[in-house]
Design a binder for this molecule. Sequence first.
Ligand SMILES: [Zn+2]
Length: 333
Amino acid sequence: MKKALLLLLVIPGLAIQLFGQEEEKVTHLPIFDIHVHAMKTNPAWANPVCPWFLSNMPGGDPLEGPPSFLNLDCVDPLMPATSDEEMKDEVIKRIKKFNMTMVAFGDAEVLRSWVNAAPPGRIIPGIGISDATSMTVEAFRDSLSNGFYKVMAEVAPQYQGISPSDPALDPYFAVAEELNIPVGIHMGTGGNGMANLSQPKYRASLGNPFLLEDLLARHPKMKIWVMHAGYPMLEEMIALMGANAYVYLDISGFIWSYPLDEIHYYIKRLVQAGFGKRIMYGTDFMMWPRLFETSMGVIEHAQYLSEDQKRDILFNNAVRFFRMDESQFDWPE
Ligand SMILES: [Zn+2]
């Protein structure tokens, strides 16, 4: 008995587990994931994924058809959620376990079900526009004015073959600027053979961060973050942030898909160039629940980052970017 008591004193986590109170006691430092897709499950493309699967992009031959986007050559692939219910449960479980707040966007029905199931304020809904045909400017303004949506994201004109500074999108950005809504724009990263596979209009050149300059000049009060950090256009990204003091970026997507050495090189350079206060953590979560811990681990284990720099990336920078108050992230009793 004495021995057991001693054990409990020495290992507080064990005590919590033994008394079945693990759910009530959250000790994880807060995490802010600013890039989460709320999607309906789709058995047609719910495949397992290997983290860092783009470590090998051997290419192919046009006469033999496109290469596969994913590869499954690893010992422990991440499995996809198999139903909307499972997906929601797994996401909410992680919000609680990791003391996490997330910006999520995508399917409106899925998003609302997540918001209803999550602790208040932990899911910040976003709405995206990637071309002018999907929604009128008036409908977009109404969506942002009714209070549910707080962020404009993911905006991904690159997949439509257009520049973020294209005049067709400008009225939407003007609304975001006027209503003080932060904007997330996809720049860069397309994986293995995106243009050959499912997105024939995708252009690598349209992921160049410099293409944001005209947009920024037209909307000086708009707050934007560059999703996927413009990967792999590092020098352009650094130059853009140097010239535009309000621009932040996220490291989502590439941190779990491209080669690990390459990811660390990219993040290290951004920090080294002076932008450690403008790098925000995100996953680009789609359907694999364990992607959350996989992505977090990349930052937690980065040896070139101090503990303070890790906290900035995992939490503080996003709180500042979204003009939020740190005290609201204390876990409710
Ligand atoms: Zn994206």
